[in-house]
Design a protein around this ligand. Sequence first.
Ligand code: CTP
Ligand code: CA
Length: 226
Amino acid sequence: DYFSPKDLLLKGKKVVVTAGPTRERIDPVRFLTNFSSGKMGYAMAEAAASLGAETILISGPVCINPPSNVTLISVESAKEMYEAVIEQFETASIVIKTAAVADYKPKEIHDQKMKKQPGEATIVLERTTDILAAIGQRKTTQLLIGFAAETNDVTHYAKGKLAKKNADYIIANDVTEEGSGFGTDTNSVTLVGKNDVEIHFDHLPKKELALQLLQTIMKLETAESK
Ligand code: CTP
Ligand code: CA
């Protein structure tokens, strides 16, 4: 039964979950970010803890309270999140990368507030490190689960990310679909995995969805190891 967390499927396992957006500073008063609310990541952490995992939640700045029974590590930038993940990675059984990590950061952080000038302005951006791809390169026994927010060709892009990042599963959602994506309490996703796994979960509360996703993945993993 999907809704009962009474079998402690993740007992004895350390699960690391990243959540929320990152903030990339421009100057002391401004930053670049995205619309991630942290709800899906916090729901994943809550579900992992309810299934008995020792749960570490590495979170960017959000406005929601962490679930009980998880250890919260607060970070701001993609770089800080990368460092926190690397520190936890080796002892983790499962890493779930729900965070919406900035792909770019300002090349230069100004020490003083930038003053407006007449005409156009330019901020030069450079790439951040892809955290999931970095741990995908280093993984030994860890199970890596990524998320992907897409606006089109959802499954196609998810399969590409699965291969490119050496992840075990990608949970993809179409953020343009109603009741799905940023800030909502519900979500519709497709779980894409190795061996052509492709399972759709339609319009569920994020907390219920999180539990179903973890239970499904653990079922697939035990089936595979038999
Ligand atoms: N991710 C990450 N580090 C980054 C960017 C993304 O760890 N610097 C992770 C996200 O946490 C997510 C997965 O990679 O689990 C997919 O993120 P997504 O933004 O969908 O993919 P990208 O590879 O960044 O591709 P694009 O944004 O161009 O679609
Ligand atoms: Ca991205």
